[in-house]
Write a new protein. Sequence first.
Length: 266
Amino acid sequence: MESPHGAAVGAEDLGLEGPRGRVFRDVTFRAEPGELVAIEGPSGSGRTCLLLALTGRMRTTEGHAEVDGLRLPKQAAAVRRIAALGPVPMVSELDPAFTVAEHLGERALLQGRYGASLRTLLRPRAERRAAAEARVDEALEAAGLDLATLPKSGRTSVRDLERLEALRLSVALALIGRPRLLAVDDTDLKLSDTERDQAWALLRSVADAGTTVLAVCSDAPENTQVVSTAPAAVETAGEPAAEETATQEPTTEQETADAIAEAGRA
């Protein structure tokens, strides 16, 4: 799939503190365009919130970040225009009642109405329809999702998809808009070892095609830049390193869910 050049992403001392305490803190990294970055950490460590912050969908309280030279959180709206979300619980989930074709058709329609240039909108309807179909086909190919292999082809309901198939569909939907930055949550959740390898191969192929990819996971693969949200460890003289609980307690899953729900309402 032909893709625009990816966006560089960087953060310096980035942190988020909510009403119930710190969600994540001291995140510093730099990713070049077209790089695959794994956001790694235990559940409840703020991984999803960091993902949303780096795509302009959640306001941080400490430090700063930049995407393609756009400073966050000040230029969050501009970042959202070049970034796309794959699967993120409570933010960009698939509708289990929809079929695969319905999801693809809806996303293509929205892209045609709100993501197209004025010049594109002035083209004949048949030409616009053909262009939309071509975008969908390119996105499906890039995501490695062959509709012919599904139980009912495009008429297959999302609830009948395997976990890896659903991931591929979510990625395909995101790629229809040809983003410069793709963000994927729970990359390795409920996958077998073989499926996990296939999921990472998919995201690496997207990055190799030019799109920068941020992917949340529990265990990052080798040869991948890792950004950790795990609580920092501290050492004292004569004592082994221990988790820094005095200044940062792990965020509970409910606290993370509350923050995500708030981002969804923004």
